[in-house]
Design a binder for this molecule. Structure first.
Ligand SMILES: [Zn+2]
Length: 216
């Protein structure tokens, strides 16, 4: 069923489009891997479409879905829509979801190895960043794994998806993007440090000091 969309939804489509451009420039999305969504009112969300390469994406191809998974507008939504909508159903505060197959985060996702608290970037996203238990990409179960982690550790903003990628949540598109970017940079630094020696993990007192200076 195709319906007319309102001005608010059209603005969110434009915002997601801009965010895709930004994520491309940051190296977080490539080809059609990774997807970005934002909550709309009335139990709906806007999300990047399935199988359209991001360099050819047009604003009007950002799909609109119900949080139960029905396509309300646009082309076929991302195959990973059930993962996004699981987050919106579980947490009213989540306004945006950024999912990437960014290389350094994926490296730890395929190792099943968490990213410890080693720097400001990792602390911002709630480090240690865990690797969620396996769930097939594209399934609601993949979203439920992340939901379970966020329920047990409410400070978390990023979870790695085993053998798959990274998922970041935020109170805005900008925030979710920044968390995804911070996590990718943190993963890169951790990876590089592991090549040279044994990275120093911040202890609880050091983490407390940093929170005292930066808040949070
Ligand atoms: Zn994916």
């Amino acid at each position: 069923m195709q319906v007319e969309i309102g001005a608010a939804a059209a603005q969110v489509q434009a915002d997601i489009y801009q965010m895709v451009r930004k994520a491309e420039q940051a190296g977080l999305v490539r080809l059609s891997a990774g997807n970005i969504s934002a909550r709309l009112g009335d139990g709906q969300a806007a999300i990047t479409p399935s199988g359209i390469k991001y360099d050819r994406l047009r604003v009007e191809e950002i799909s609109i879905v119900s949080l139960e998974g029905a396509t309300l507008y646009g082309p076929r939504p991302s195959s990973e829509t059930p993962m996004h909508t699981a987050l919106y159903r579980a947490f009213p505060w989540v306004q945006a979801v950024v999912h990437t197959h960014s290389p350094y985060a994926m490296t730890f996702a395929v190792l099943g190895k968490e990213i410890p608290a080693i720097s400001l970037e990792t602390l911002r996203v709630g480090a240690p960043v865990p690797v969620a238990e396996w769930a097939c990409p594209g399934t609601a179960a993949a979203g439920e794994r992340v939901v379970a982690w966020l329920r047990s550790r409410p400070e978390l903003r990023v979870v790695l998806l085993r053998s798959h990628g990274l998922l970041a949540v935020g109170r805005s598109l900008e925030e979710a993007f920044e968390f995804a970017y911070d996590a990718e940079v943190g993963a890169q630094i951790y990876y590089q440090a592991l090549q040279v020696g044994e990275p120093l993990v911040l202890d609880a007192a050091q983490v407390a000091e940093i929170h005292a200076v930066y808040g949070g």
